[in-house]
Write a protein of this length. Structure first.
Length: 162
């Protein structure tokens, strides 16, 4: 069985993440979207909120082979735990490359059996990040089309309360 892990902070999950997920899902028998929760790394949305919003994505997009997960600790350990041989990451611009190159080198050092597969972001999403979404929302801008429609209200509510 071919199993993959699509890890990230997903704080929050954007349409850019969705694009990567939709491209990756058909290539695997099972794909885990794994949310990093880490006491040392502060997030805007709680891990429960992030997982819940991802579950809504899975349901709305009918991604039957996709499951949500959460992990704390090393990504390669989580991958081994769920039996995944592949890690999925999205790449937007060359600026992502440096960061991804380093993560890949560390992961290879830790477990060379786990391979990372990259998906290029569509040009329409090359500017998009979770941080952009949060900033736009905080200044009362419109995040329509930047996050899955069914999660939009929940994201705005949380950010406007800040
Ligand atoms: O969405 P992000 O924040 O760019 O995702 C980064 C993530 C979660 C993939 C990375 O921080 C990670 O894998 N963290 C877990 C700790 C780990 O395994 N570190 C070794 C590789 S740097």
């Amino acid at each position: 069985m071919k199993i993959g892990v699509y890890p990230g902070s997903f704080d929050p999950f954007t349409v850019g993440h969705l694009d990567v997920l939709k491209n990756a899902a058909p290539l695997f028998d099972k794909l885990y979207v794994a949310v990093l929760y880490n006491a040392g790394k502060s997030a805007t949305f709680s891990v429960d909120d992030r997982v819940d919003m991802i579950n809504r994505v899975i349901e709305h997009e009918h991604l039957e082979n996709v499951h949500s997960g959460r992990f704390d600790g090393l990504l390669v350990d989580y991958a081994s735990k769920v039996g995944a041989e592949f890690i999925i990451r999205g790449l937007r611009a060359t600026s992502d490359f440096e960061y991804e190159f380093q993560i890949d080198a560390v992961n290879r050092h830790l477990n060379s059996k786990v391979k990372t597969v990259y998906f290029m972001a569509s040009p329409a999403h090359s500017f998009l990040s979770s941080s952009n979404v949060k900033e736009i929302c905080c200044y009362d801008g419109n995040i329509e089309g930047l996050v899955p429609q069914y999660n939009k209200e929940r994201i705005c509510e949380r950010l406007i309360r800040q």
